[in-house]
Ligand binder design. Sequence first.
Ligand code: M6R
Length: 618
Amino acid sequence: MCGIIGYAGKKNAEKIIIKGLSRLEYRGYDSAGIAVLEKGDLHIRKKQGKLSVLADELKRAPLKGVTGIGHTRWATHGIPSDINAHPHPSGSEDIAVVHNGIIENYREIKKHLQNKGYLFRSDTDSEVIAHLVSDNYKGDLYLAVKGAVKKIRGSYAFAVVHRDEPGRIVGSRMDAPLIAGVGKGENFVASDIPAILDHTKKVIYLENGDIVDLSSQDLKVFDRTGRKARRKKDTITWDISQAEKKGYKHFMLKEIFEQPDVMRDIINTRLKKEKVVFQELSIKKKDLAKIKNIAIVACGTAYHAGLTAKYMIEKHTGIPVWVDTSSEFRYRDPLVDKKTLTVVISQSGETADTLAALREARKKGSSVLAVCNVVGSSIARESDGVVYTHAGPEIAVASTKAYVAQLTSLYLLTIYLAEAKGAKKADTDALVKQLKKLPAEADRLLDGYRSKKNPIAKYAEEFHKYYLARHNKSCFLYLARNINFPNALEGALKLKEISYISAEGYPAGEMKHGPIALIDENPWVVCIAVRSATYEKMISNIQEIRARGGIVIAIVSEGDREIKGTKAKYVIEIPDVPEVFSPALVVIPLQLLAYYVAAEFGYDIDQPRNLAKSVTVE
Ligand code: M6R
């Protein structure tokens, strides 16, 4: 869960690498480092803290070379510190390596190398790569890397340079993302596209076991057998401006406001003459018609999208669906077989647990369909079919637009499955018609929150004061029923991720079975009470909370009159849409609430503590 970049060209490597790392900081930000080859020397600078700490240091003493590698870290082995930051040098300091992933057998390798006299400086697993490459080095960096990767087990994407081979970078990957960027008179490796998009739009998605060997003029890829591999060069169709803040204070806020357009783009891409079309889906519709059950597997926010999909799919297709978090699915010998369609959902397409779950499902004979945002990611490539969510790059660690993109894609998938299962045309047409209205409704909803002094920002300000007055004893509870229950989990997740305030999401019907004990004047309870089959039940829940002194924020459908009588302290209206489509709108005020609460506390919203954007370790 770190970000790596390598540059070989004719320009100043330091500048390109630092800029590239700033676009990878979402992957980890507890320390950063750079190694540059310059006039027969290898210079390494690394610093604990955000990239800005390193950048300040480099301003004082710049590096001049034209080839180098860089790293932004999310600690796994060893605390964040200067010494544990990457790049890691070999003992003689002629080699430097940056690594993302976990070397599972590093203890064994370390012991072996220590017995041979290698001195280790850091507590990281990554340092073994530097010494292993050094141990295998006989004048050719590619051959040294080839020898080293034979001995390591685990997940890795790494890049390495050698003082005696200026202008050359060798990298390799296994279960961690690594792309190669092909430029004019310059070439790159990186963990993700935004890092290199200022310089080239031509990328190669490296495959597991690949080794890339590059200089300014040349870029070769070798597969795991050592044969020269022909890998397709893809052209990136989106722009770097999509990965920038465009005047918003934080990426998270920008991404929240992008949601109507994301929905619109997905719907426009997928609907051809009012029929759902998944252009890139290689699983045939007639095969989908034969499936008996669906297993949905995902983590975090993607898991909440999966839970929501269960309600839609079961209701509109009659196919039984169960949903698991990937980390549970992969270890519990799940009952999937060739009659099961396993749907894995992942924004990054690199989440280690989801990737492992996907492999487990395929091993058991299930077809796997990925709902994924990052084109060419491991999950997309290893699945039998993929539905891309086309949300564009999501930079904030707290996922927002990727969630709405997943929901929108899952609505479309539901309609597609319903057609495959022989649903009445009038029914699927009605769903299509409603779905098409969602982006405009989302726009209308967000219009009320464009100014900095909007109602949700005000509620957040009041919560902040209340929290301090109550000596930090206040917390949040989110309650909902039916298809909005997953949004209760999502609202709570958003809040705790970026404001570090304790928050729980519950099905409202469970309140009496425990959570009601929490209710006094301390917690703020967000009750999702939009027009639905269980609306009356939600009203009763609100009354129960009010009777015990709890403070209620109610999310209701536009025009609701009854909630006012419950004395909910705050009421947030969302456009009145059919219940099945309401989750894609309900989540928007939940995201805004989390955002503004975190802003009140002055926290680092885009890069919350202890988190990273893609979790490529278990
Ligand atoms: O990239 P993925 O969708 O597989 O990531 C899954 C989770 O790690 C992710 O949703 C995480 O929970 C987010 N930080 C939520 O905001």
